[in-house]
Design a protein around this ligand. Structure first.
Ligand SMILES: C[S@@+](CC[C@H](N)C(=O)[O-])C[C@H]1O[C@@H](n2cnc3c(N)ncnc32)[C@H](O)[C@@H]1O
Length: 327
């Protein structure tokens, strides 16, 4: 019985679920961690009924795929004013915004940084882009921005989330210049040697590797190892584009809320500014260096400064050579 309870708890992280006794009879209680999530509280005598109540079978008027668990990519899409999110995502995202309303603005500033960085690198003559942790398609996508500068640019989108992959394959113009690859950044060596990726990316030529708003979903050891492998893998003349939440200056309460919001589906690690700077070791940082995400070569004079929600961004160029990369 306790094994089953553990499984239901793992399947519905948006709920606190426990067993208790009432008038000598055991019962199960699920209470939403987020005030907007429906149902809010469920009490049942058995676990199967509890599972049904939290994850109802499709029926008239019900969304057949609405999940009970918030998802990183869909919450981000909600903050970007996208349309691919469900009640559980909105509830979790709103729970963060209750205390930190500026999070949505920082998410939009991050997406704008991504477009500026891609444009910058494309203008430097790089014609291939590897977007690791690409997220749900959000206009302008990397290939659209790159093509505005170089219509022949090739782009590989990588994510480990089946939800993202399904949307990306359905919505992106997947052709011989754009592909979507299932892969986990934590398996960096295998990922970079994957034939689906090397079929599009010429590893002997300069490439732009994007690790934008994803490294904070890895443990510090995983993130450091993944970045080091990418730096080594990139040919001279390549660019590394990174943005990540930082603990330097950020209110620790935000990091606590984000951990709660993602419900254990991923770690949320806020690295210090100097740890993020170390990801560019051996590369030449493009001006203005490692700065708040909105301040990297901004298109407008408007300041988005949020002293308690900080996201750092930088673009590094690999100048020195390397022997041919071995996985
Ligand atoms: C916040 S979104 C960022 C999307 C896009 N890079 C941007 O900045 O606009 C983070 C994405 O990283 C993906 N992700 C998280 N951990 C990952 C991992 N270990 N391997 C691959 N993708 C990962 C998530 O599924 C999600 O789609």
């Amino acid at each position: 019985m306790s094994d089953d309870l553990t499984m239901v708890q793992a399947d519905f992280p948006a709920y606190q679920i426990w067993q208790e006794e009432s008038r000598g009879q055991p019962r199960f209680v699920a209470r939403s961690r987020y005030w907007r999530l429906n149902p809010h509280t469920v009490v049942t005598p058995d676990l199967a009924e509890l599972r049904d109540a939290l994850d109802p079978a499709p029926g008239p008027g019900r969304d057949p795929v609405a999940p009970a668990q918030p998802n990183i990519a869909r919450m981000y899409d909600y903050w970007l004013d996208g349309k691919d999110h469900f009640a559980a995502d909105r509830a979790a995202a709103d729970a963060v915004m209750e205390a930190f309303p500026e999070v949505a603005e920082v998410a939009r500033a991050n997406r704008q940084f991504l477009a500026r960085a891609v444009r910058y690198v494309a203008q430097k003559g790089v014609g291939q882009f590897l977007d690791l942790g690409s997220g749900l398609p959000a206009s302008p996508n990397v290939h659209e921005t790159a093509w505005a500068v170089n219509p022949g640019a090739r782009v590989v989108y990588v994510d480990h989330d089946p939800v993202v992959l399904a949307h990306a394959r359905a919505l992106l113009a997947v052709d011989d210049k754009v592909s979507v690859v299932a892969g986990d950044i934590r398996d960096h060596a295998d990922l970079l040697a994957d034939e689906a990726l090397t079929a599009r990316i010429d590893i002997a030529a300069p490439v732009c590797v994007l690790l934008v708003s994803v490294l904070h979903f890895l443990t510090p050891e995983e993130a450091d190892a993944a970045v080091a492998t990418c730096r080594e893998w990139m040919a001279p003349g390549s660019y590394l584009v990174i943005s990540a939440g930082t603990s330097t200056g950020t209110d620790p309460e935000l990091i606590r809320r984000l951990r709660e919001a993602y419900g254990g589906t991923a770690p949320v690690t806020g690295r210090t500014a100097s740890e993020i700077r170390a990801w560019f070791e051996g590369l030449t940082l493009a001006r203005p260096g490692l700065v708040d995400v909105w301040a990297w070569r901004p298109d407008t004079l408007r300041r988005h400064a949020s002293p308690r929600v900080r996201f750092l961004a930088g673009v590094g160029r690999k100048v020195t050579g390397r022997p041919p990369w071995q996985p």
